[in-house]
Design a protein around this ligand. Structure first.
Ligand SMILES: N[C@@H](CCC(=O)N[C@@H](CS)C(=O)NCC(=O)O)C(=O)O
Length: 215
């Protein structure tokens, strides 16, 4: 059985939610090992560091021991093995479209949002493990991320799907990082009613339950 090495946080939860969306069941289709990233268990565990030298979660360990890392490629791997329901697009144009929106969101929101968090509220946890920008730079990055959240509110408009007019990986990515924000005290920027509706809609999906979990 494949094993998802997982923890709190948006990236492992993105992979978990993706597997749930594919109808994969924990215990039946994949095993899950939880790491306490607050205390840094992931980085203190030599066997985990051997699986993923970056020390981050998630890692998907295949039956032959191959370890796949980085949440997005893990999701693409799962998509190839379980093509239905389709979450990355059926055609080359659809796939390029889903990846475009995911890439835009990843670069424009995820990067400044996570760097801002690590420099601010997340500083005690992250400073001992990686380079963290100054508090001032972190505040600027958080503001920059909020500005981009507002852009995404406009891109969504009246739709609850950022691409293809149906639920895709790009929606899951946006949904995961909104929920991550909520878990660390962030709020949707003022005036982002489309995003508020988007979150409320996707909160009805079974995969959203991972955000109620303590692991
Ligand atoms: N780019 C990576 C980011 C992974 C990442 O930053 N994971 C976080 C949890 S969301 C983590 O492991 N943090 C604890 C640490 O770095 O020690 C991915 O997409 O998987």
């Amino acid at each position: 059985m494949i094993t998802l090495h997982s923890s709190l946080g948006p990236n492992p939860r993105l992979a978990r939610m993706f597997m749930i969306e594919k109808g994969l069941e924990e215990g039946r289709d994949f095993a899950r090992v939880h790491y306490d990233i607050i205390t840094g268990q992931n980085r203190q565990d030599a066997s985990y560091m051997a699986r993923n030298p970056q020390g981050t979660t998630p890692t998907l360990e295949l039956e032959d021991g191959i370890c796949l890392t980085e949440s997005w490629p893990i999701c693409e791997y799962v998509e190839e093995l379980h093509p239905s329901p389709n979450l990355f697009g059926e055609t080359p144009v659809e796939r390029a479209t889903v990846r475009k929106w995911a890439r835009l969101f990843d670069q424009e929101v995820v990067v400044p949002m996570t760097m801002g968090f690590r420099a601010g509220a997340g500083r005690p946890m992250f400073e001992p493990r990686m380079s963290v920008v100054s508090m001032e730079a972190g505040a600027e990055l958080s503001a920059m991320a909020d500005e981009k959240w507002r852009l995404f509110d406009g891109y969504l408009g009246a739709s609850d799907n950022i691409a293809l007019g149906r639920f895709t990986f790009a929606d899951l990515l946006i949904f995961a990082f909104a929920n991550f924000g909520f878990t660390v005290g962030w709020k949707l920027p003022e005036g982002t009613d489309n995003l508020a509706r988007f979150v409320a809609t996707h909160n009805q999906r079974p995969c959203a339950a991972v955000w109620q979990d303590t692991e």
